[in-house]
Ligand binder design. Structure first.
Ligand SMILES: NC(=O)c1ccc[n+]([C@@H]2O[C@H](COP(=O)([O-])OP(=O)(O)OC[C@H]3O[C@@H](n4cnc5c(N)ncnc54)[C@H](OP(=O)(O)O)[C@@H]3O)[C@@H](O)[C@H]2O)c1
Length: 337
């Protein structure tokens, strides 16, 4: 096992690795957000915008003038109102759309509904994820963490590219629909925990392998490796001759969010206190996501992977072209059935 894998091999190991990275000041941010990095008149879709990082990103982008489509699995009235109030005075608008990432038909209905409504999405932020306390089977027969964190985000992007809701020439031939000539962007929230996985294990996609909470981090890391490999492949496919769509991925670092909601109730107060003291607030953690979504200076560029505001190479496995193609083909096979 490599040193990188050891760092993310357990829940506590991943927390310490994240904290060490967060406090490592040797590599300064490569750029910063400016007040003119705005999204007025542009439409942004965010999954998982009802909690933690996604909620903070939504409020920030609302204040930057974006028209927001927030995808939620539940009626989130309070959260919707909070994002709406962040738009006040900037003329932005917010709509809540329902979809459950545990259910492929729900994702397909969402994508078809957006196409029927004639929507054009400028920025898509794939953010929703879970860390269940044990393996659970979804209605589609996949393990929940795999489906929510990797399969469904890939399916949603695939559907939105194929039906041209994200305008593009590669799959839909409607790249000219780009708002103000600016390229659409896709921003995928990955995790440094992807380094925990030493193989793609694609032959286990169809099996429900039991795990316990204590083993959830390596399992989570594997789902993020699959998502990141898919994202790197997507970036390659969308920039064959020239960049058709900008595709970036990042790890936001440790965030004091609800990601550990399935921790046993007895440990939760202490964990929440630990998160609040040592982890970033969702508002601070949102910075690199907002940067990749809104920065004017990266227009036309693609294929970034960053930890916070530092550019980093992903793991060799995530970066490997054959891995990317293998994940792409395996996912395509699943989506065909
Ligand atoms: N927290 C960290 O330290 C950390 C570190 C690295 C990367 N990340 C990544 O950051 C992203 C945001 O996570 P977070 O930390 O902000 O966690 P969070 O507070 O738990 O937020 C997760 C979001 O995903 C949504 N979601 C979960 N299951 C869903 C489903 N089946 N269908 C639709 N939406 C679903 C949740 O909706 P509900 O509100 O309905 O539950 C919530 O809005 C994730 O991709 C995570 O992997 C987090």
């Amino acid at each position: 096992m490599s040193v990188q894998q050891q760092k993310y091999d357990s829940n506590s190991g991943a927390v310490w690795a994240g904290l060490r990275d967060l406090n490592d000041r040797t590599d300064p941010p490569y750029d910063e957000l400016r007040s003119d990095d705005r999204l007025d008149g542009r439409t942004v879709l965010i999954t998982g915008a009802t909690s933690g990082l996604g909620f903070a990103v939504a409020k920030n982008l609302a204040a930057r003038g974006a028209r927001l489509l927030l995808v939620s699995r539940r009626e989130a009235v309070k959260e919707l109102e909070a994002v709406r109030s962040a738009c006040q005075g900037v003329g932005a608008s917010v709509k809540m759309l329902r979809a459950d990432m545990r259910d492929f038909s729900s994702i397909r209905t969402l994508a078809a509904g957006l196409a029927d409504a004639g929507e054009r999405i400028d920025v898509t932020i794939s953010n929703a994820a879970v860390v269940p306390s044990s393996a659970r089977e979804t209605i589609d027969g996949y393990e929940e963490m795999l489906q929510v964190n990797a399969l469904s985000p890939a399916l949603l992007l695939t559907e939105l590219l194929n039906n041209g809701v994200i305008p593009n020439n590669t799959y839909a031939g409607n790249g000219l629909d780009c708002n103000k000539g600016l390229l659409p962007r896709i921003v995928v929230i990955a995790s440094e925990a992807h380094r925990a996985a030493s193989t793609l294990n694609l032959d286990t996609l169809n099996t429900i392998e039991p795990y316990r909470m204590a083993e959830s981090t390596p399992r989570y890391g594997w789902t993020k490796l699959l998502l990141l490999s898919f994202t790197r492949e997507l970036a390659r496919r969308l920039s064959v001759d020239s960049v058709d769509i900008s595709v970036h991925a990042l790890c936001p670092g440790p965030v004091a969010s609800n990601i550990a909601r399935e921790t046993p109730a007895i440990a939760r107060p202490l964990l929440n206190l630990f998160f609040r003291v040592f982890f970033q607030s969702p508002e601070n953690a949102a910075y690199p996501v907002v940067y990749l979504a809104a920065s004017n200076r990266i227009e036309g560029q693609t294929g970034f992977y960053q930890f916070l505001m530092r550019k980093r190479p992903p793991s060799n496995l995530a970066e490997n072209i054959n891995s990317g193609m293998a994940v792409w083909n395996a996912f395509e096979e699943i989506f065909r059935n």
